[in-house]
Design a protein around this ligand. Structure first.
Ligand SMILES: [Zn+2]
Length: 143
């Protein structure tokens, strides 16, 4: 991404935000002049790939995450699913990895859900981890 001030073609990303219209806004800092500028990139040009437990790869899909969050909050009074999903996505994009694992998604989703509802967090946990031990979730919630 070429610097708009000095034209140098290398910059580092200092902040990424996932926007509602499926684009990513990035704050970049030029590695030569140090000035900061903003770029807007579409998700299509920057696909994030998810690897699951069987090492299968598939493109990251917001709808899939949204469905799992809707399920988790179903029996709670949480109604801002869109906001929760966006927060989780922002965290995932902030990892700045082309390839993330389902574990990464579960970890970030649990962190965010906990801000909203312990119940939703529990439901999500039982759906997405082998819950042969409830110690894990107890440790997580009681941190
Ligand atoms: Zn520059």
């Amino acid at each position: 991404m070429r610097c708009i001030f000095c034209g140098y073609n290398d910059s580092k990303v200092v902040d990424s935000r996932y926007l509602k219209d499926s684009s990513i806004r990035r704050r970049r800092e030029c590695l030569r002049c140090g000035k900061r500028f903003t770029t807007y990139e579409t998700v299509e040009s920057n696909p994030m790939v998810v690897t699951n437990v069987d090492n299968m790869r598939e493109p990251f899909k917001r709808e899939k995450l949204e469905d799992s969050i809707k399920y988790a909050v179903y029996c709670t009074d949480v109604d801002n699913v869109d906001e929760i999903v966006s927060k989780i996505e922002n965290r995932l994009f902030a990892l700045q990895k082309q390839e993330i694992s389902t574990k990464d998604i579960v970890k970030e989703a649990l962190e965010i859900l906990l801000e909203y509802s312990t119940m939703a967090c529990l439901v999500y946990y039982t759906q997405h981890t082998d819950c042969d031990s409830f110690d894990g979730i107890r440790r997580f919630i009681n941190r």
